[in-house]
Design a protein around this ligand. Structure first.
Ligand SMILES: [Zn+2]
Ligand SMILES: [Zn+2]
Length: 350
């Protein structure tokens, strides 16, 4: 198989670099490089792994710069395939790191919370969602034993700046505006380059969309999993759908997403995503003809493989996605909790 191009020149002082995500079906993150009059700026950095670092630094060289020349890093969201290498980039270059305050708060919490607090939180959350005891027990045991977490991205870089939504970023010679698009994470940002498309494509400039809008996959929308936020107060799927409409209205000439490939006609993709979530909500409401816990709903939802084949960690993500949809159905008045049920069950409203 031919090696895919690692670096793409998108014109008008914008490049992308394919940075691999090891052992992940997504394959790679598209890291964008934006030239400014004050020096080059990165949008996202990639997974914290030696292979990914090598790809990033080689990519920068292929773009005619080096990691030491970078002056800033803009982070679309805190996930490790986007923010993983930020500390290394800052260490090598002295570049500032900027993100939305809501994701900066996630970063602070990730760094400050002992693993036992996270295990206990997840164990309690899953038990409340109706997970079987055999599923919850390992989490509670890990909390008890004070076991360290082995996931990557547990020591993410604290940002130097937070980005104010709606503001133009302070990038000499460029017009790049921060668009707050919560949903996939509470502080997800899209970045709108308000400059004519270099190839003259019709529309309003270009949009760096992070994970918010991707051409062929839908991003994970779960609960924000924040031990500090009152349970029930957030509606991530509602946030996501609102954010989608906001991005559709921008009508950019081209979207440069963080995975897969660039695409045009953002409003059409936004309509597809809105329809996908609407039909999913309708399907889930039909499943709720009989009362179900979030766990039972997740078991009955359509995934990319049968429930029995979904591994442990992915089941937790699936339950979180089921909960985000339940939260939305309740907010819309299309489902309600069954009074006195424990663990709580949900049923469609008549
Ligand atoms: Zn993400
Ligand atoms: Zn991603």
């Amino acid at each position: 198989m031919a090696q895919a191009t690692q670096v793409t020149d998108h014109g008008g002082g914008v490049h992308s670099i394919r940075v691999p995500i090891p052992d992940n079906p997504l394959g790679h993150t598209l890291i964008h490089l934006l030239d400014t009059d004050a020096g080059p700026v990165l949008i996202d950095t990639g997974w914290d792994d030696p292979t990914s670092w090598a790809a990033l630094t080689a990519g920068l060289t292929a773009c005619g710069t080096t990691v030491t020349d970078l002056t800033g890093v803009l982070i679309t969201h805190h996930h490790p395939d986007h923010h993983g290498l930020s500390a290394k980039v800052r260490e090598a270059s002295g570049a500032w790191i900027a993100m939305h305050e809501a994701d900066a708060a996630v970063v602070r919490r990730t760094r400050e919370n002992p693993p036992s607090r996270w295990y206990a939180y997840m164990g309690a959350k899953l038990a409340a969602a109706g997970a079987p005891e055999a599923h919850v027990a390992p989490l509670l045991a890990a909390a008890e034993a004070g076991r360290p977490r082995r996931l990557p991205g547990l020591d993410p870089a604290l940002p130097d700046r937070t980005v104010t939504p709606g503001d133009l970023l302070d990038l000499p010679g460029r017009r790049l505006r921060a668009i707050w698009t919560p949903g996939h994470t509470p502080g997800h940002l899209c970045l709108h380059l308000e400059e004519a498309h270099p190839a003259g494509l019709p529309g309003n400039g270009r949009l760096f969309s992070g994970d918010h809008v991707l051409p062929g996959i839908t991003p994970h929308i779960g609960l924000y999993e924040d031990p500090a936020v009152e349970e029930g107060s957030t509606d991530p799927l509602g946030d996501y759908l609102d954010s989608l409409e906001r991005v559709g209205r921008l009508a950019p000439a081209e979207v440069l997403p963080a995975h897969q490939h660039p695409f045009t006609d953002a409003p059409a993709r936004v309509r597809e995503l809105l329809e996908h979530h609407e039909s999913r909500l309708t399907d889930l409401r039909a499943l709720l003809a009989t009362p179900l816990t979030p766990w039972q709903l997740a078991e009955r939802m359509e995934w990319n493989r049968p429930w029995a084949d979904i591994p442990y960690g992915s089941r937790n993500i699936a339950v979180s996605e089921a909960e985000a949809h339940l939260r939305r159905l309740v907010k819309l008045g299309r489902a309600e909790t069954v009074a006195g049920s424990d663990p709580v069950t949900y049923v469609a409203t008549s």
